[in-house]
Design a protein around this ligand. Structure first.
Ligand code: GLY
Ligand code: MN
Ligand code: MN
Length: 328
Protein backbone atom coordinates (compact mmCIF):
# COMPACT_ATOMS: atom_id res chain seq x y z
CA UNK A 1 0.00 0.00 0.00
CA UNK A 2 2.92 2.29 0.68
CA UNK A 3 4.05 1.57 -2.90
CA UNK A 4 0.74 2.66 -4.43
CA UNK A 5 -0.32 5.36 -1.99
CA UNK A 6 2.96 6.95 -0.98
CA UNK A 7 2.19 6.96 2.72
CA UNK A 8 2.18 4.28 5.40
CA UNK A 9 -0.82 3.63 7.60
CA UNK A 10 -3.50 2.44 5.18
CA UNK A 11 -5.31 -0.70 6.26
CA UNK A 12 -6.54 -1.89 2.87
CA UNK A 13 -6.69 -0.82 -0.74
CA UNK A 14 -9.42 -2.13 -3.00
CA UNK A 15 -8.78 -1.87 -6.73
CA UNK A 16 -11.87 -2.79 -8.78
CA UNK A 17 -11.56 -3.66 -12.48
CA UNK A 18 -13.25 -0.36 -13.34
CA UNK A 19 -13.94 2.78 -11.41
CA UNK A 20 -12.42 4.36 -8.37
CA UNK A 21 -9.96 2.67 -6.02
CA UNK A 22 -10.80 2.81 -2.33
CA UNK A 23 -8.28 3.08 0.44
CA UNK A 24 -9.52 2.09 3.90
CA UNK A 25 -7.99 3.87 6.86
CA UNK A 26 -8.66 4.07 10.57
CA UNK A 27 -9.34 7.38 12.30
CA UNK A 28 -5.71 7.84 13.28
CA UNK A 29 -4.61 8.09 9.64
CA UNK A 30 -7.77 9.45 7.98
CA UNK A 31 -6.74 13.10 7.62
CA UNK A 32 -3.25 12.14 6.44
CA UNK A 33 -4.71 9.84 3.80
CA UNK A 34 -6.98 12.59 2.49
CA UNK A 35 -4.11 15.09 2.51
CA UNK A 36 -1.98 12.72 0.43
CA UNK A 37 -4.52 13.46 -2.34
CA UNK A 38 -3.58 10.59 -4.61
CA UNK A 39 -6.94 10.42 -6.35
CA UNK A 40 -8.20 7.50 -4.30
CA UNK A 41 -11.54 7.38 -2.60
CA UNK A 42 -10.61 7.47 1.12
CA UNK A 43 -12.96 5.45 3.32
CA UNK A 44 -12.92 5.73 7.10
CA UNK A 45 -13.49 2.63 9.14
CA UNK A 46 -14.19 3.02 12.82
CA UNK A 47 -12.94 1.04 15.78
CA UNK A 48 -15.26 -1.89 16.35
CA UNK A 49 -16.14 -2.10 12.67
CA UNK A 50 -14.89 -5.18 10.84
CA UNK A 51 -12.75 -4.15 7.89
CA UNK A 52 -13.11 -7.51 6.15
CA UNK A 53 -16.90 -7.17 6.28
CA UNK A 54 -16.61 -3.70 4.71
CA UNK A 55 -14.44 -5.05 1.92
CA UNK A 56 -16.71 -8.04 1.36
CA UNK A 57 -19.71 -5.71 1.11
CA UNK A 58 -17.88 -3.51 -1.38
CA UNK A 59 -16.82 -6.53 -3.43
CA UNK A 60 -20.45 -7.70 -3.54
CA UNK A 61 -21.62 -4.24 -4.56
CA UNK A 62 -19.11 -4.20 -7.44
CA UNK A 63 -20.20 -7.73 -8.35
CA UNK A 64 -16.62 -8.95 -8.37
CA UNK A 65 -16.37 -12.66 -9.18
CA UNK A 66 -12.75 -13.04 -8.23
CA UNK A 67 -10.78 -11.16 -5.59
CA UNK A 68 -7.01 -11.22 -5.83
CA UNK A 69 -5.42 -10.58 -2.46
CA UNK A 70 -1.79 -9.48 -2.21
CA UNK A 71 -1.28 -10.23 1.49
CA UNK A 72 -3.65 -11.20 4.25
CA UNK A 73 -3.16 -12.88 7.60
CA UNK A 74 -4.97 -16.15 8.25
CA UNK A 75 -7.53 -14.60 10.58
CA UNK A 76 -8.53 -11.96 8.03
CA UNK A 77 -8.58 -14.49 5.20
CA UNK A 78 -11.03 -16.60 7.20
CA UNK A 79 -13.17 -13.55 7.98
CA UNK A 80 -13.16 -12.35 4.37
CA UNK A 81 -14.05 -15.71 2.83
CA UNK A 82 -16.81 -16.19 5.41
CA UNK A 83 -18.21 -12.70 4.74
CA UNK A 84 -18.17 -13.26 0.99
CA UNK A 85 -20.31 -16.38 1.51
CA UNK A 86 -18.84 -18.12 -1.50
CA UNK A 87 -20.08 -15.41 -3.85
CA UNK A 88 -16.57 -14.48 -4.87
CA UNK A 89 -13.42 -16.52 -5.35
CA UNK A 90 -10.49 -15.34 -3.21
CA UNK A 91 -6.99 -15.90 -4.56
CA UNK A 92 -3.92 -15.00 -2.51
CA UNK A 93 -0.95 -14.13 -4.69
CA UNK A 94 1.63 -11.50 -3.88
CA UNK A 95 3.68 -11.94 -7.04
CA UNK A 96 1.74 -9.40 -9.16
CA UNK A 97 2.68 -6.48 -6.95
CA UNK A 98 6.15 -7.88 -6.30
CA UNK A 99 6.82 -7.90 -10.03
CA UNK A 100 5.77 -4.27 -10.31
CA UNK A 101 7.92 -3.34 -7.33
CA UNK A 102 10.99 -5.17 -8.59
CA UNK A 103 11.52 -2.67 -11.41
CA UNK A 104 12.06 0.88 -10.23
CA UNK A 105 10.88 3.89 -12.20
CA UNK A 106 13.11 6.98 -12.49
CA UNK A 107 11.53 8.65 -9.45
CA UNK A 108 12.18 5.58 -7.32
CA UNK A 109 15.75 5.35 -8.62
CA UNK A 110 16.22 8.99 -7.59
CA UNK A 111 15.15 8.17 -4.02
CA UNK A 112 17.33 5.06 -3.90
CA UNK A 113 20.26 7.09 -5.16
CA UNK A 114 19.87 9.44 -2.19
CA UNK A 115 19.51 6.46 0.19
CA UNK A 116 22.75 5.07 -1.27
CA UNK A 117 24.62 8.34 -0.82
CA UNK A 118 23.44 8.64 2.77
CA UNK A 119 24.51 5.07 3.46
CA UNK A 120 27.94 5.74 1.98
CA UNK A 121 28.33 8.70 4.34
CA UNK A 122 27.29 6.49 7.24
CA UNK A 123 29.98 4.01 6.27
CA UNK A 124 32.62 6.74 6.27
CA UNK A 125 31.60 7.60 9.83
CA UNK A 126 31.70 3.92 10.82
CA UNK A 127 35.19 3.50 9.34
CA UNK A 128 36.40 6.42 11.45
CA UNK A 129 34.87 4.96 14.58
CA UNK A 130 36.30 1.43 14.22
CA UNK A 131 39.29 1.21 16.51
CA UNK A 132 40.53 -0.92 19.37
CA UNK A 133 38.71 0.10 22.53
CA UNK A 134 35.48 1.23 20.80
CA UNK A 135 32.27 -0.66 21.53
CA UNK A 136 30.28 -2.15 18.68
CA UNK A 137 27.27 0.02 19.57
CA UNK A 138 29.41 3.16 19.44
CA UNK A 139 30.36 2.39 15.84
CA UNK A 140 26.67 1.77 15.01
CA UNK A 141 25.66 5.04 16.69
CA UNK A 142 28.19 7.06 14.68
CA UNK A 143 27.02 5.51 11.41
CA UNK A 144 23.33 6.02 12.16
CA UNK A 145 23.86 9.59 13.36
CA UNK A 146 25.81 10.47 10.21
CA UNK A 147 22.93 9.19 8.08
CA UNK A 148 20.05 10.72 10.04
CA UNK A 149 21.58 14.14 10.41
CA UNK A 150 21.79 14.31 6.62
CA UNK A 151 18.11 13.50 6.18
CA UNK A 152 17.85 9.70 6.29
CA UNK A 153 14.78 8.02 7.71
CA UNK A 154 15.03 5.10 10.13
CA UNK A 155 17.56 2.40 9.29
CA UNK A 156 16.47 -0.09 6.64
CA UNK A 157 17.35 -2.92 9.07
CA UNK A 158 19.10 -3.31 12.40
CA UNK A 159 22.64 -2.08 11.96
CA UNK A 160 25.25 -4.83 12.16
CA UNK A 161 28.59 -4.18 13.78
CA UNK A 162 30.00 -7.63 14.46
CA UNK A 163 33.57 -7.86 15.73
CA UNK A 164 36.11 -10.57 16.47
CA UNK A 165 34.74 -14.11 16.33
CA UNK A 166 31.24 -12.59 16.09
CA UNK A 167 32.03 -11.35 12.59
CA UNK A 168 31.74 -14.98 11.45
CA UNK A 169 27.95 -14.75 11.93
CA UNK A 170 26.62 -13.17 8.69
CA UNK A 171 23.85 -11.40 10.62
CA UNK A 172 25.88 -11.04 13.81
CA UNK A 173 23.96 -8.11 15.26
CA UNK A 174 25.53 -5.37 17.31
CA UNK A 175 26.26 -5.60 21.00
CA UNK A 176 28.37 -4.08 23.75
CA UNK A 177 31.53 -5.97 22.86
CA UNK A 178 34.68 -3.89 22.92
CA UNK A 179 36.66 -4.09 19.67
CA UNK A 180 40.16 -5.43 20.23
CA UNK A 181 43.37 -4.83 18.34
CA UNK A 182 43.51 -7.15 15.33
CA UNK A 183 39.74 -7.89 15.23
CA UNK A 184 37.83 -8.22 12.02
CA UNK A 185 34.80 -5.91 12.17
CA UNK A 186 31.86 -6.37 9.77
CA UNK A 187 29.76 -3.20 9.44
CA UNK A 188 26.45 -3.62 7.56
CA UNK A 189 24.24 -0.51 7.41
CA UNK A 190 21.35 0.86 5.39
CA UNK A 191 19.75 4.28 5.27
CA UNK A 192 16.19 4.78 4.11
CA UNK A 193 15.11 7.81 2.17
CA UNK A 194 11.41 8.44 1.68
CA UNK A 195 10.93 4.78 2.73
CA UNK A 196 13.33 3.40 0.09
CA UNK A 197 16.17 1.26 1.42
CA UNK A 198 19.85 0.87 0.81
CA UNK A 199 22.24 -1.86 1.96
CA UNK A 200 26.02 -1.70 2.30
CA UNK A 201 28.72 -3.70 4.07
CA UNK A 202 32.38 -3.08 4.62
CA UNK A 203 34.80 -5.11 6.70
CA UNK A 204 37.66 -3.56 8.61
CA UNK A 205 40.50 -4.68 10.83
CA UNK A 206 41.18 -2.66 13.95
CA UNK A 207 44.94 -2.38 13.73
CA UNK A 208 47.20 -4.29 11.41
CA UNK A 209 45.68 -7.15 9.37
CA UNK A 210 47.30 -10.58 9.48
CA UNK A 211 48.28 -12.31 6.24
CA UNK A 212 45.29 -14.67 6.60
CA UNK A 213 42.82 -11.80 7.13
CA UNK A 214 44.23 -10.02 4.09
CA UNK A 215 44.03 -13.18 1.97
CA UNK A 216 40.38 -13.70 2.81
CA UNK A 217 39.63 -10.04 2.23
CA UNK A 218 41.29 -10.02 -1.18
CA UNK A 219 39.33 -13.12 -2.24
CA UNK A 220 36.01 -11.57 -1.14
CA UNK A 221 36.87 -8.32 -2.91
CA UNK A 222 37.65 -10.18 -6.15
CA UNK A 223 34.39 -12.16 -5.80
CA UNK A 224 32.46 -8.93 -5.23
CA UNK A 225 34.01 -7.31 -8.32
CA UNK A 226 33.50 -10.43 -10.40
CA UNK A 227 29.76 -10.46 -9.60
CA UNK A 228 29.56 -6.71 -10.25
CA UNK A 229 30.99 -7.19 -13.74
CA UNK A 230 28.20 -9.68 -14.53
CA UNK A 231 25.31 -7.48 -13.49
CA UNK A 232 23.25 -6.18 -16.41
CA UNK A 233 19.73 -6.59 -17.79
CA UNK A 234 19.01 -10.04 -19.22
CA UNK A 235 21.61 -11.92 -17.16
CA UNK A 236 20.43 -14.88 -15.07
CA UNK A 237 20.78 -14.18 -11.34
CA UNK A 238 22.37 -17.63 -10.89
CA UNK A 239 25.22 -16.51 -13.16
CA UNK A 240 25.84 -13.46 -10.98
CA UNK A 241 25.98 -15.73 -7.94
CA UNK A 242 28.29 -18.14 -9.75
CA UNK A 243 30.68 -15.34 -10.70
CA UNK A 244 31.32 -14.62 -7.03
CA UNK A 245 31.07 -18.23 -5.84
CA UNK A 246 33.63 -19.53 -8.35
CA UNK A 247 36.20 -16.97 -7.22
CA UNK A 248 35.77 -18.04 -3.61
CA UNK A 249 35.84 -21.75 -4.53
CA UNK A 250 39.08 -21.28 -6.48
CA UNK A 251 40.59 -19.44 -3.52
CA UNK A 252 39.68 -22.37 -1.24
CA UNK A 253 36.85 -20.58 0.59
CA UNK A 254 33.83 -22.02 -1.24
CA UNK A 255 32.42 -23.81 1.81
CA UNK A 256 32.56 -20.59 3.85
CA UNK A 257 30.29 -18.59 1.50
CA UNK A 258 27.08 -19.63 3.21
CA UNK A 259 24.48 -17.38 1.58
CA UNK A 260 23.26 -16.09 -1.79
CA UNK A 261 25.19 -13.34 -3.53
CA UNK A 262 22.40 -10.80 -3.20
CA UNK A 263 18.78 -9.71 -3.26
CA UNK A 264 16.61 -7.02 -4.75
CA UNK A 265 16.07 -3.88 -2.66
CA UNK A 266 13.28 -1.31 -2.59
CA UNK A 267 10.69 -0.32 -0.02
CA UNK A 268 11.86 -3.42 1.82
CA UNK A 269 15.51 -4.30 2.14
CA UNK A 270 14.89 -7.87 0.93
CA UNK A 271 12.61 -8.13 -2.10
CA UNK A 272 12.37 -10.59 -4.98
CA UNK A 273 14.15 -11.45 -7.16
CA UNK A 274 16.64 -13.27 -4.97
CA UNK A 275 20.11 -13.63 -6.49
CA UNK A 276 20.54 -17.24 -5.49
CA UNK A 277 22.42 -20.08 -7.20
CA UNK A 278 19.29 -22.06 -8.18
CA UNK A 279 17.09 -19.26 -9.48
CA UNK A 280 16.08 -19.05 -13.15
CA UNK A 281 15.17 -15.34 -12.78
CA UNK A 282 16.72 -12.83 -15.14
CA UNK A 283 17.78 -9.33 -14.11
CA UNK A 284 15.83 -6.45 -15.62
CA UNK A 285 16.81 -2.82 -16.13
CA UNK A 286 15.50 -0.96 -13.09
CA UNK A 287 16.14 -3.76 -10.61
CA UNK A 288 18.22 -2.57 -7.68
CA UNK A 289 20.16 -5.47 -6.24
CA UNK A 290 22.93 -6.15 -3.76
CA UNK A 291 26.29 -7.70 -4.53
CA UNK A 292 27.45 -9.17 -1.21
CA UNK A 293 29.71 -12.19 -1.16
CA UNK A 294 31.23 -13.15 2.17
CA UNK A 295 33.49 -15.68 3.87
CA UNK A 296 32.67 -16.71 7.43
CA UNK A 297 35.06 -18.94 9.36
CA UNK A 298 33.69 -20.10 12.68
CA UNK A 299 35.89 -19.09 15.61
CA UNK A 300 38.09 -16.93 13.38
CA UNK A 301 35.90 -14.22 11.88
CA UNK A 302 34.17 -13.10 8.73
CA UNK A 303 34.52 -10.76 5.78
CA UNK A 304 31.66 -9.39 3.67
CA UNK A 305 31.69 -6.63 1.07
CA UNK A 306 28.31 -5.35 -0.13
CA UNK A 307 27.08 -2.62 -2.42
CA UNK A 308 23.61 -1.73 -3.68
CA UNK A 309 23.64 -1.71 -7.47
CA UNK A 310 21.24 -0.37 -10.12
CA UNK A 311 20.77 -2.79 -13.04
CA UNK A 312 20.89 -1.10 -16.43
CA UNK A 313 20.39 -2.19 -20.02
CA UNK A 314 24.12 -2.40 -20.76
CA UNK A 315 25.66 -2.77 -17.32
CA UNK A 316 25.11 -1.46 -13.86
CA UNK A 317 25.87 1.39 -11.49
CA UNK A 318 26.68 1.38 -7.78
CA UNK A 319 24.30 3.38 -5.61
CA UNK A 320 26.52 2.86 -2.56
CA UNK A 321 30.10 3.86 -3.06
CA UNK A 322 33.12 3.70 -0.84
CA UNK A 323 36.68 2.57 -0.64
CA UNK A 324 37.59 -1.04 -0.18
CA UNK A 325 40.11 -1.03 2.55
CA UNK A 326 40.62 -3.51 5.31
CA UNK A 327 42.32 -0.82 7.34
CA UNK A 328 39.74 1.85 8.17
N1 GLY B 1 21.77 -6.18 5.76
C1 GLY B 1 21.15 -7.39 5.45
C2 GLY B 1 21.66 -7.97 4.22
O1 GLY B 1 22.76 -7.65 3.79
O2 GLY B 1 21.01 -8.70 3.55
MN1 MN C 1 22.00 -7.30 1.73
MN1 MN D 1 23.56 -5.76 4.25
Amino acid sequence: MLYFLGFPGASALLVPPDGECTVYVGGVNYEQAKAAGKGFNVALFRGGENLMTRIADQAKECQIGRLLVDALNVQNWQALTTDLQGGCKVEVNCSYVQKLRAVKDPAEVGLMRVAGELTSRGMEAAAEAVKAGAKEYEVAAEAEYAMRRRGAGPSAFETIVASGAGSAFPHGGCGDREIRDGDLVVVDIGATYNHYCSDMTRTFVAGKPTAKQQRIYDAVKTAHQSAFQKIRAGVCVADVDAAARNVLKDAGYGEFFVHRVGHNVGLEVHEPPSLNPDSPDLLAAGNVVTDEPGVYISGFGGVRIEDTVLVQKDGCEKLTVGAYSLVP
